[in-house]
Write a protein that binds this ligand. Sequence first.
Ligand SMILES: Cc1cc2nc3c(=O)[nH]c(=O)nc-3n(C[C@H](O)[C@H](O)[C@H](O)COP(=O)(O)OP(=O)(O)OC[C@H]3O[C@@H](n4cnc5c(N)ncnc54)[C@H](O)[C@@H]3O)c2cc1C
Length: 504
Amino acid sequence: MPPFDTDILIVGAGAAGLTLALDLARRGVDFRLIERNASPFPGSRGKGLQPRSLEVFEDLGVLADLQAVGGPYPTVVTYEGGQAARTQVHEVAPPTPAEPYGNPLMVPQFQTEAVLRRHLAAAGHAPAFATELTGFEQDADGVTARLHTPEGEVTVRARYLVGTDGGRSFVRHALDIGFPGETLPFRAVIGDMPIAGLGFDAWHRWYTPDAQLALCPLAGTDLFQMVAQVADEVTPTWDLVRDLVRTRTGRDDLVVGRPTWLSTLRVNLRLADRYRVGRVFIAGDAAHVHPPTGGQGLNTSVQDAYNLGWKLAAVLRGAPDTLLDSYEAERRPIAAHVLGLSGRLLGQMGQAEGMRRGRETRELDLTYRGGPLAPDGRPNAGESGRVRAGDRAPDAPCLAANGTHTRLFDVYQGPHFTLLGYGVDAATLATAARPGVKTLTVAPQGSGQAADLVDEGGHIRDGYDLAAGTLLLVRPDGYIAALSQDAGAIRDTLDQWLGLTTSA
Ligand SMILES: Cc1cc2nc3c(=O)[nH]c(=O)nc-3n(C[C@H](O)[C@H](O)[C@H](O)COP(=O)(O)OP(=O)(O)OC[C@H]3O[C@@H](n4cnc5c(N)ncnc54)[C@H](O)[C@@H]3O)c2cc1C
């Protein structure tokens, strides 16, 4: 076999591919990111970043830039039968010590991807545009891929291939992975365009049961995202958009500017039978597609990539291959849940409260409990079992040893595992620690113990349901790996996942 050109070939530079690339870049993993399109996709598509994705993007170091280009969701104004009713899309959820981002952030997808590309460039990487995967074969050691590039046909040999190549995924088809589900009757013309005369302070929605029109102002731009339900297949044109806006709003004063993106939407609910075949994985829309209602698609795709990135890096450094099996085992049930949720929300669109979104869309309660990395029977329960291995690791404000304010998310930020000893002395903690694991002692509130962190206010205790003497191991992707009073059990968990021996 020819030598390897790269460790990981990422196919598709959408939200999932870019997130995976950024995560691998900060881990120092060698990869190539290819994109069939000659230039970045211009559409706003996934415009809602859910609170859990904001936490992911904070860890990846891109959140401040996303906040700089994004903004809050406006209220919805529904026009029906000559009446206008104003409703809040999202129940307002103020930040809490455990959940710093209560509400979604609106960022058009082209902006999100631009921010990710900028950070990737700062790390010395860029997608190879106009480069299409046209075929591949795998063997026991790697994958040989054929690419169509501006310079001609090229062969690339990689240890792993990840298909983040969207809903029509070439990689999924080539692997012959089933994609069962249904195509729903809902059809729409979608696009982005300036509209003079329409207030930018509301998400406008004209409603009749089979002729909805929604115009959402896109934070950080002068564009509206249009979703106009249509009965039949149509060719989307600027003229059609002008006509749809005029007839459905009943207003002649609105001036529709040239669309910057125009397309049609067919809604599918489909989930791939498998996420992995040997050395090839699929992630994002390649693995699951569902209606845009509830704003879950991009978020689920980003979080697929975030789940896979640290596992690929660990296995390349010697962790057991079974760690990679946990990607499908953890992420496929999440996608199945999201399919159900977004399908149900689509069904509610005709109701008065149809645009209302609650906690279920924020993705903070998604858990890997009971999965291969958090099986029952493992040392995994806190005092009451309320917080368990597999759950999202909450944030908590606390004090650093020098008395300055910090928070657990600052401690977790980076590509490492984090091991906290809550009321555990440094010597005991050291017996569980492993190379590359960030290890800190925590003094419970009022204990007066000398430690790396002080749980002032008891937010760590409350968030994790902790008693003094507990060790808490947090995964690189911000989920609880183990909670135990037994340092040996924590050490064994680390050794098992990272393929270390107890003498490492
Ligand atoms: C109107 C609308 C509104 C939406 N709203 C939301 C929302 O509010 N929130 C949300 O979370 N999601 C939303 N979504 C869904 C979201 O846009 C998708 O889930 C998201 O784009 C998936 O990202 P991805 O990276 O998996 O795939 P994509 O973004 O589709 O990226 C795949 C990439 O792979 C490339 N590619 C394909 N084949 C090849 C090949 N052979 N070789 C090389 N490259 C290839 C493609 O060119 C493409 O750039 C919305 C979608 C629509 C249409």
